[in-house]
Design a binder for this molecule. Sequence first.
Ligand SMILES: [Zn+2]
Length: 203
Amino acid sequence: MQNITEIEDLIKLISKLPGLGPKSAKRIVLKLINNRDELIKPMINTLAQVYKNISRCNLCGSLKSNTDGCTNCENIKEKFNKICVVEDLADQWSIENSNIYKGYFHILGGTITSMSHRKEDLLVNSLVERVNKDGIEEVILATSATVEGQTTAYYIQDSLKNTNVKITKLAQGLPVGGEIESLDDGTLFSAFKNRSNLKSNSD
Ligand SMILES: [Zn+2]
């Protein structure tokens, strides 16, 4: 198995996925090869469809279907006056599942210090635009309790200084190094409930 180029290449690719090392990548590749028709064939088609039809919304940073538009910021029936800023879509899913918050989301797609991201990729300009255009009254910064997350929160706060919006940040009760995605509902609830005020509307 080791010396077949195609297999080696696939193992290398799969081991780049989160949570997978070379050992689990090998197991996955074996499983795929042993189930060519049930797994590889539909996967090729599905991946091609996702590659073609799914892209990042350049207004809110979520994923959208190129045919249906963005269900995160454009095709929303309800109107909200809050935007919650998160690092990743997985953070949004955690917050949504916990039913703590009702409002819009803005997905940065990383932190300001993560090497793979340039500042403009965080879509901070479009966040400012959304705040001004959609009559937003509060921006909730829900970045991780890591140095990178907090630096990013500060950068966003600074970018919003000329708007008339209230800015809050999730409570310090977040465990240090805590990523939103991995928090239990109780911790998330108290972090939202006790969020601290960084800037009032009247500033
Ligand atoms: Zn969007």
